[in-house]
Design a protein around this ligand. Structure first.
Ligand SMILES: Cc1cc2nc3c(=O)[nH]c(=O)nc-3n(C[C@H](O)[C@H](O)[C@H](O)COP(=O)(O)OP(=O)(O)OC[C@H]3O[C@@H](n4cnc5c(N)ncnc54)[C@H](O)[C@@H]3O)c2cc1C
Length: 393
């Protein structure tokens, strides 16, 4: 039996590490290049007791309660509906765009016929992608779709992705549909939760297991070698039985087919001596220059005294990922275009030459996974891994 190496401590890496260590009773070495565990879910308390998610706000939202139950093994989970506002034309309107937003944007009187038309046209639908409104054969619905598109989507997309909406995969834009009701929950999933003591504490519990050896501040790529003739992988010269990789797939293979594009975020913190800064925990700014949204973490922190006379907002400035730019050296979002999918396909073929590489997660599989899907997917991958390890034993 050779070594089992797991690269990355986000949900993908941490879940697989714990499952292999516990259920297969195998020793695993977990490599993480950052100084902390948790990947992009990492959070920590600041000096005022505010729990700050250092890589942007994260909430567990799922229709499967089994995901919440799984996480409850490692943390107390508390219900928390995600809420956002959008700042459009100088006013805070509800996000998701819903019937209330419609009334706010076109006025109550004008909204009456439009509401009736939307109810009839999209009867039985909970949320409808903005494109469907734009492309509607009803001129009034299409006009409203275009209004939203031009006031919010086009400008937000240009900043978030550095692309025009026409250039990006439609699935990405469909992630913020319009609610066909007054539902103010940003995401219409049935179960919305946060770990009471934060994500880092959850990951700590997950990785705290005798068979797991954790190495922080270690770039796995410095230690991994591929022998592309024998199709063998080594780590520090020792043959690897199984490599679970959750980092950037292009970097794993030395960028041999070119760099895959990712978006990064420069997150800037502003503390103010007042109890509250924003009208909601997150505000999106589609029309602002340079930044996309701000999060007031005090409003999310469980159990904090909301009356303390200080608060903070974290504002996100999207940038192109560049490992050499310290403001943009974390890959947050894969940029899904036809060209990037073509490059990704080449890396996938390369990975398949080795029968002991398991690619898992947002970066390695170059997909826009949310945590719930990422967790479920890692649990499924574990079943494959278990079968493989049992066959070899
Ligand atoms: C701003 C933002 C907000 C989000 N909000 C939500 C939300 O509210 N709800 C939701 O469900 N999802 C949300 N997501 C998605 C969520 O972040 C992902 O689903 C999740 O991070 C995927 O986990 P992962 O383990 O695949 O990847 P990651 O969390 O990116 O973990 C990969 C790990 O691998 C490490 N690594 C990479 N390369 C190497 C290397 N060479 N050597 C060693 N270590 C390496 C990295 O340092 C990192 O720790 C959000 C994403 C972003 C960017």
């Amino acid at each position: 039996m050779g070594r089992i190496i797991i690269v990355g401590t986000g949900f993908s890496g941490s879940i697989l590490a714990r499952k292999i260590a516990e259920e297969c009773n195998r020793k695993v070495v977990v490599i993480e290049k950052r100084s902390h565990i948790g990947g992009n879910m990492y959070d920590e308390y600041d000096e005022y007791g505010i729990l700050v998610q250092r890589y942007g706000p994260h909430f567990i939202t799922t229709n499967k309660y089994s995901i919440v139950e799984y996480l409850e093994k490692y943390a107390e989970m508390i219900p928390h509906d995600v809420r956002l506002l959008s700042f459009v034309d100088g006013n805070f309107v509800q996000l998701p765009f819903n019937f209330r937003t419609l009334q706010q944007l076109v006025g109550a009187k004008k909204s009456e016929t439009l509401l009736a038309k939307l109810r009839e046209k999209f009867y039985g639908r909970d949320r409808v992608p903005i494109f469907e409104l734009v492309e509607s054969d009803d001129a009034e619905i299409s006009k409203y779709g275009n209004l939203l598109f031009e006031k919010a989507y086009r400008t937000y997309t240009a900043k978030q992705w550095g692309l025009q909406p026409e250039e990006i995969d439609k699935s990405v834009l469909e992630r913020v549909p319009m609610a066909m009701s007054f539902d103010a929950r940003y995401i219409n999933k049935d179960f919305q939760y946060l770990p009471r003591d934060g994500f880092t504490a959850l990951f700590k519990n997950m990785l705290n297991y005798p068979n797991i050896e954790l190495r922080l501040n270690t770039d796995a790529l410095v230690h991994i070698c591929f022998d592309d003739k024998k199709h063998i992988i080594t780590y520090d010269g020792e043959e690897v039985e199984l490599l679970v990789f959750t980092g950037n797939i292009d970097e794993l293979f030395g960028l041999k087919f070119g760099r895959l594009p990712y978006r990064s975020l420069d997150i800037c913190y502003t503390y103010e001596r007042r109890k509250s800064i924003l009208p909601e925990e997150i505000v999106s700014y589609p029309q602002a220059l340079g930044y996309t949204r701000s999060t007031e973490y005090k409003k999310i922190t469980y159990g904090i005294d909301q009356d303390i006379p200080i608060s903070m907002i974290a504002t996100e400035y999207p940038l192109e990922y560049d490992p050499n730019n310290e403001k943009a050296n974390i890959p947050y979002y894969p940029v899904l275009t036809e060209e990037s999918q073509r490059i990704y396909a080449k890396y996938l073929i390369e990975a398949k030459k080795y029968d002991n590489i398991v690619l898992c997660g947002r970066l390695a599989e170059y997909r826009y996974y949310n945590m719930d899907v990422c967790i479920e997917h890692a649990l499924e991958k574990f079943n494959e891994i278990r079968e493989r390890l049992e066959k070899k034993a």
